[in-house]
Design a binder for this molecule. Structure first.
Ligand code: HEC
Ligand code: HEC
Ligand code: HEC
Ligand code: HEC
Ligand code: HEC
Ligand code: HEC
Ligand code: HEC
Ligand code: HEC
Ligand code: HEC
Ligand code: HEC
Length: 297
């Protein structure tokens, strides 16, 4: 019994049924549905039999009514009245109702934060991404899912094709490595609470504590990096000295126009024109060197 969508069934059938009667009831209903929705007329029914839902053990089996509701009225007047929960194509129910039918069995695991997530608030429903009747649920295929995401997120598509990028198109990272499409506790539906926790889950060598911290790196990697892609090397938000000068405009040694005049030591240094601050301050993420206070080693 555990798998049945009790709430929905009970609401829809009324409190008439004793719990013990449900399984039998469900089976009869399922049979009734299939009486009309014969496989020959409706090939998606046949495909359903090859899905996870069509093959759950025993009483957990997802019958027609566990997703579509008991649909008494529909059975009386099938051409006029929709089933209690329809995912379309003719009379689709609203997104809340459609998702509620899935959530009856999927309130846990990665779906636990669905309510309140950006996607829920934007009126997406479970079936926007998942196809319950199809043996191959495209959302569970990383590459197919990515295309699905990008169809609604064109800006990300543009970003991930920039010269410097996380290797998403290359198949080394996927949207779902970083995002939970069902919603997260922190910002941007990330699996982790903060952007830094997200980055550090893969780039552990950037995790401190360092003897000499660089405050922005401890605070938010996104102060200097874009997560999807950038026109600047290393996913940086800005190029060369400009990046550093957003915060260090008044650095004690004048750095514009990257001449050597004001630098400690003062010797002309061609490198300054090109590679900038990092020539000397190479440890921008923090330093463990005893004399790395200036992040130079
Ligand atoms: C008496 C025959 C009959 C029975 C019994 C029946 N249906 Fe239908 N159903 C139909 C017909 C006819 C349509 C409309 C088909 C069309 O227009 O493509 C339909 C349409 C649907 C649709 C599509 C809704 C939409 O928005 O496009 C769903 C879902 C559905 N039925 C589910 C069920 C379920 C679940 C049951 C069992 C609880 C059931 N039906 C029982 C005849 C029936
Ligand atoms: C796990 C939930 C689930 C179960 C179980 C389920 N359906 Fe569906 N049904 C859906 C969803 C979601 C759609 C929308 C199409 C899709 O996502 O694949 C749908 C679409 C339909 C449609 C209309 C579109 C089409 O492809 O023809 C009919 C008719 C239908 N279901 C009937 C049934 C019948 C009859 C059963 C039982 C044999 C059943 N469904 C079991 C979730 C379910
Ligand atoms: C009657 C309970 C029930 C209902 C209703 C139900 N599911 Fe499931 N679903 C399960 C169970 C049980 C599994 C298999 C174990 C698991 O992965 O949780 C499953 C598995 C899945 C999976 C993973 C499939 C795979 O191949 O690994 C997806 C995705 C899914 N369900 C989506 C949905 C969507 C979308 C709906 C609503 C249209 C829905 N479910 C309705 C019980 C249900
Ligand atoms: C924006 C697209 C999208 C929406 C909307 C969506 N999902 Fe998913 N879902 C995915 C993707 C992508 C995966 C695969 C995630 C992964 O590989 O980590 C997935 C995985 C799953 C799984 C299997 C893995 C797991 O964590 O259990 C289930 C079950 C599931 N979704 C159910 C649902 C339910 C229920 C809803 C509605 C409340 C829903 N999904 C809404 C995209 C979506
Ligand atoms: C049907 C369209 C649609 C699909 C498909 C879709 N999204 Fe979204 N998504 C939206 C909308 C609309 C918003 C809210 C506006 C925005 O932030 O762009 C959103 C917001 C987001 C956010 C921001 C969340 C937040 O809390 O601020 C992330 C991250 C996201 N989507 C990732 C994904 C991923 C990953 C996928 C694929 C598994 C996906 N989306 C598929 C429409 C979609
Ligand atoms: C390496 C981790 C990572 C990967 C992979 C990734 N993202 Fe993101 N994404 C992030 C982070 C981090 C943010 C939040 C940035 C911020 O708040 O400054 C974000 C923000 C977003 C947002 C909301 C803000 C915006 O930029 O519109 C959307 C939508 C989004 N991502 C979609 C996607 C999609 C779609 C994919 C796959 C094509 C994807 N992301 C892959 C880490 C990632
Ligand atoms: C799911 C794992 C994962 C997460 C999370 C992740 N990255 Fe990466 N990152 C990678 C991989 C894989 C590469 C490519 C490494 C390679 O090809 O050697 C990479 C490369 C990079 C690069 C170098 C890019 C270049 O042009 O060489 C930067 C910078 C970077 N990541 C920053 C970040 C930041 C900032 C975050 C958090 C927003 C983050 N990463 C989150 C996996 C991840
Ligand atoms: C103050 C700006 C700044 C902040 C904040 C910052 N980075 Fe960087 N990061 C850089 C610069 C500049 C480079 C390029 C270094 C080079 O080319 O030698 C870089 C390069 C990288 C690289 C690729 C090269 C390498 O060293 O492996 C990764 C990965 C990376 N950063 C991850 C992170 C992570 C994770 C965070 C947050 C914990 C972070 N960065 C915070 C400026 C920053
Ligand atoms: C988002 C703002 C921000 C950015 C961008 C930034 N920094 Fe910093 N940096 C700080 C802060 C805050 C401190 C700590 C200042 C203090 O303690 O007085 C600091 C400290 C330093 C120090 C050590 C100074 C000292 O007094 O010990 C050096 C060196 C440094 N940054 C170099 C860089 C370089 C090189 C870049 C460019 C790759 C950069 N910073 C980008 C905010 C930033
Ligand atoms: C030629 C090497 C060199 C270059 C290039 C360089 N610095 Fe420095 N910087 C140093 C040295 C050495 C110190 C430490 C001086 C000291 O401790 O007396 C220093 C100190 C600093 C400090 C600490 C100042 C303070 O008030 O304590 C900051 C911040 C800083 N640099 C930022 C930058 C920025 C931003 C750039 C690029 C625009 C840059 N530096 C380029 C060598 C360099």
């Amino acid at each position: 019994m555990a798998g049945f969508n009790h709430k929905l069934v009970v609401v829809l059938c009324g409190a008439l049924l004793a719990v013990t009667g449900l399984a039998a009831m469900a089976e009869t209903r399922q049979a009734q549905c299939i009486d009309c929705h014969v496989e020959s007329v409706d090939p998606s029914i046949k495909r359903l039999a090859r899905t996870v839902h069509g093959n759950l053990p025993g009483d957990d089996n997802a019958s027609c009514i566990s997703c579509h509701g008991a649909s008494e009225a529909h059975m009386q007047e099938p051409v006029k009245i929709s089933p209690d929960v329809s995912f379309g194509p003719n009379w689709p129910s609203g997104p809340e109702l459609r998702s509620a039918s899935c959530l009856g069995c999927h309130e846990e695991r990665s779906q636990v934060l669905w309510t309140g997530s950006a996607h829920q608030q934007e009126n997406l429903a479970c079936d926007t991404c998942h196809s319950a009747h199809e043996p191959k649920d495209l959302a569970l295929d990383t590459r197919e899912a990515e295309q699905l995401c990008l169809s609604c997120h064109p800006r990300v598509r543009a970003e991930m094709n920039l010269p410097s990028r996380h290797p998403i198109s290359e198949g080394k990272t996927a949207c779902s490595d970083c995002h939970n499409p069902h919603g997260g506790l922190g910002e941007s539906g990330l699996h982790q609470l903060t952007v830094n926790d997200n980055c550090l889950s893969c780039h552990q060598e950037k995790r401190g504590p360092f003897l000499w911290e660089h405050p922005p790196a401890t605070e938010d990697c996104a102060l200097c990096h874009r997560p999807h892609g950038s026109v600047h090397d290393r996913l940086l938000t800005a190029r060369g000295p400009a990046l550093c000068q957003q915060c260090h405009a008044a650095a004690f040694h004048p750095s514009l126009p990257y001449g050597s005049e004001g630098l400690p030591g003062g010797a002309p240094n061609q490198n300054l024109l090109g590679k900038n601050c990092l020539n000397c301050h190479s440890q921008v993420h923090g330093s463990n060197h005893p004399s790395g206070a200036r992040l130079t080693r």
